[in-house]
Write a protein that binds this ligand. Sequence first.
Ligand code: ASP
Ligand code: MG
Length: 415
Amino acid sequence: MKVFKFGGASVNSVERIKNIATIINKYSGENLFIIVSAMGKTTNALEKVAENFFAGNHQKALEFFDDLKNEHITIAENLLQVQLVFCKEQLSHFFTEIEWLLHDKPVRNFDYYYDQIVSVGELLSTTIISCYLNEINISNTWFDVRDIIRTDNNFRDAIVDWQITEEKFNKISFKKIGITQGFIGATDENESTTLGREGSDFSAAIFANLLNAESITIWKDVDGVMNADPKQFKDVELISELSFEEVIEMAYYGAQVIHPKTIKPLQNKKIPLLVKSFLNPELAGTKIHDKIIKQLPPIIIIKENQILMHLHSKDFSFVGEKPMSFLYTLFEEIKIKPNLIQTGAISVQICIDNKENKIEELAIRASSIFDVELRKNLTLTTIRNYSAESINKLMRDKTILLEQKTTTTFQALCF
Ligand code: ASP
Ligand code: MG
């Protein structure tokens, strides 16, 4: 059994959906379990629906939702003939569920409504794709993943209950091809939940784990994992092989290759992950597996919009265990993850993502024992497996405010 994950960009048009069918056809000898994201930018559009609904702009919310409805219906009409009536019927169930909700007044918190609304994107995309595959004789079974993936009710970042999920998954059956939604799950009260933005990779990894799959393939619009973001750098190179560990490190430092939660369920069962291009499926792509890979090129990760918080001990007393433990308690309470931290005799420097509310709360609370200074609009550059040459090249025209080096990783906060 192989697991495939198709992201939003791979299914954002009639042509692209036809293209993934071509890919699936190339694997006609295999049993496949296929996880699909919402089409294109649907999730962003649904976020707008949720925001307007919660702000009391019901009309706006319904209008935005109407646009999405029409887009999906048009795609279905362009893809389907025999299956069209059935498909539209299925879609209309999901439309009605949302419209019914949008006519109500919000009485629960935003995150709850967010999940009820945003989760529909994957239900719509998989419905259309499943019908299309059936129409062209790639027979498959569609599953509502909310009947399988059980989560807690921590809406927008729900935690998976693996035991119940496994029990439920063991009860389903399909012949050669199963297809279901990424990114979503449900509570024990049948409320929809989401696993965090870009969470479909993680969903696919959950199924690969439960199926003891021989491999999982994430189909993307790039040739594989690159040593830097091609949108930021010209001369990037494809990395043909990576270890699970390296990918976890890359995700930790902010590389947006794969959702950070994806690796663990695969590593536990040593299931190799392939990152391949849906535009050039014949290319080998990148293989991520349980193997130490030597001689990697420098891997560059850029994080923009960073803040440097400079904390200076008020009474010139040393920054010892007490103030540090006070600081880490603040991080935990405010849910802040410092990207870089350096302590001196009477000061601490912290590099953090610029999340305004959190920064403000941290600054106010830290000011009980520190003088606080902030510096905004900085860039954090991380180079894994750095070389002197790669550091020189990247730092050439930068001013470094803070720098750290281990044997494997170079980091610099610059403007
Ligand atoms: N559709 C969701 C998102 O855009 C999940 C995913 O794409 O993985 O965040
Ligand atoms: Mg996506």
